[in-house]
Design a protein around this ligand. Sequence first.
Ligand SMILES: [Zn+2]
Length: 177
Amino acid sequence: MHDPAGTQLSLVRQLKFCAGHRLYRHESKCAFFHGHNYRVDIEVVAAGGGSEVDSVGRIVDFSLIKQRMLAWLDAHWDHAFLIFEADTNALAAIRMVEPTKYFVMPYNPTAENMARYLLEVVAPGVLSDLGVLARRVAVWETDESCAVATLTGDVDGMRQPLASAVLIDHREGDQRP
Ligand SMILES: [Zn+2]
């Protein structure tokens, strides 16, 4: 729909999870195994852009963004270790413990690269059938610092296969956190 005012509507949903990581080849303490309570802000626009809304007046219901994104985060990153595929030493270590849950990243698991992965790989994979796309993802590693990934090109041109967490858990019953 033509919008003479040129208004762009978007919505932002906050998501929280905790995860461990280390930064491969970091020159200081981030090279040690450690974890964060992460917060993600995901900004979503209608796939057609502008001020397009449904008959209720929404781009999409907030609860659907939460459902889709949080389901993915819970399954793959929450209570998992994020490890760069080149960090063979960390991969060997995490495979020695059981139960274990880890996620192999194509790059170092910095807040920048996590934001990029959520924007370029996860959001297109889990949101595209809702008629929306993620325009911006911020990953807060602490209350003071976040990294932001912003879409500047065509989302179809960067579609990549969505990876899964490796989960090894031979405990009896359902004792998972
Ligand atoms: Zn860290």
